[in-house]
Design a protein around this ligand. Structure first.
Ligand SMILES: Nc1ncnc2c1ncn2[C@@H]1O[C@H](COP(=O)(O)OP(=O)(O)OP(=O)(O)O)[C@@H](O)[C@H]1O
Ligand SMILES: [Mg+2]
Length: 325
């Protein structure tokens, strides 16, 4: 029996620090603070060279949104697994090695691994450029349903390509009803709009997204209206993440907000949202209230941004303190 199995992109995150994103943008690199973009291979290679020259490589880490979430859950002591695809290259071996504690027996291997360029400037709000490679090769036949039928939650995150999105859609049709689904569409799925991700949303009990993603997913002018629209489509809970301002939650019974006290020093905010998802899911798995789950999610996300990559992810001590609180 597992607590959470993730399905989403697996990437090698290369974290570069630059003085100012503007310099790279002027060179044609489509970087925006807090945002994510995918590019054709040729352009990606060109921009990789550009950032190598203009910036400093500060960190290498395993990445991918759902992967980050299950790794954070594994470090807290939950039983986790992952479904996805990595390359047979050195990068692929590194990505898997960075997922210690997660059952990786259902990760497909072939070709080159996905790469995500993470660029941080003095504002410390990551801009992402992603190249999917092996992630695009995931097929429905690669998924072992019997492996999935013993998890409490299946956590979905985005792929760049339409192929693996279709795999996730097909999976929603055949997934045993006892398995709860949580999802973080990220910018890549949010940009596709409601229609394309509807089969995923309809099957999800929890949806996590940033305010910006809620707006682009629903086309609403205000994130609260967007959250309410999503609630009508299936999810029981919509958690809207708002960086240093905290989070807003909408559910059938009403709404609530969490506003952090004090400031957090940001070293690297990449994956803050993914660790946040892990903290919130931990609360649900432990039967905690939505309010307590929001507070814990913030605590572990704020901790994670004080280090690079997965350096400051939550651990069993954090979970123990939460359990005893
Ligand atoms: N600067 C910050 N100070 C304090 N808490 C933060 C800060 N940035 C993020 N957090 C915490 O992390 C949560 C998620 O962050 P954010 O809203 O940036 O998600 P995200 O954009 O999905 O992140 P990512 O996609 O990089 O994983 C916030 O709701 C908040 O609790
Ligand atoms: Mg996110």
């Amino acid at each position: 029996m597992k607590d959470v199995v993730g399905i989403g992109a697996l990437n090698l995150d290369l974290l570069y620090e630059v003085q100012d994103l503007k310099v790279l943008r002027e060179g044609g690199m489509p970087l925006r603070a807090g945002r994510e973009t995918s590019l054709p291979q040729k352009e990606f290679t060109k921009f990789l060279t550009m950032v190598t020259q203009a910036g400093t490589l500060r960190w290498r880490s395993g990445g991918g949104s759902a992967a980050n979430t299950v790794v954070a859950m594994a470090r807290m002591g939950f039983k986790t697994g992952f479904v996805g695809s990595v390359g047979t290259d050195e990068e692929g071996a590194f990505i898997l090695q960075e997922m210690e504690g997660v059952d990786l027996s259902h990760v497909k291997k072939g070709g080159k691994s996905g790469i995500c360029l993470v660029v941080l400037d003095r504002q410390r709000d990551r801009a992402l450029l992603v190249q999917p490679h092996a992630n695009d090769s995931l097929r429905f036949e690669d998924i072992d349903l019997s492996h999935l039928s013993t998890t409490r939650y299946l956590h979905l995150s985005a792929f760049v390509g339409t192929g693996p999105l279709e795999v996730q859609r097909q999976l929603m049709m055949v997934l045993p009803p006892a398995i709860k689904v949580s999802m973080d569409p990220g910018e890549l799925y949010a940009r596709r709009g409601l229609k394309e991700v509807l089969p995923l949303l309809q099957r999800s009990s929890v949806l996590f997204a940033t305010a910006h993603e809620i707006l682009s997913l629903t086309g609403q002018d205000h994130y609260k209206d967007g959250c309410r629209e999503i609630l009508l489509l299936g999810p029981e809970v919509v958690v809207c993440k708002m960086g240093e301002q905290g989070a807003y939650l909408a559910c059938k019974e009403g709404e609530m907000e969490f506003h952090p006290q004090g400031e957090t020093e940001v070293v690297d905010n990449t994956g803050a949202g993914d660790v946040y998802n892990a903290g919130f899911l931990a609360g649900l798995l432990l039967g905690k209230s939505l309010n307590d789950s929001l507070a814990f999610a913030h605590r572990v996300a704020a901790k994670s941004i004080r280090g690079y990559g997965r350096q400051r992810y939550p651990d069993e001590e954090d979970l123990k303190a939460f359990q005893e609180a």
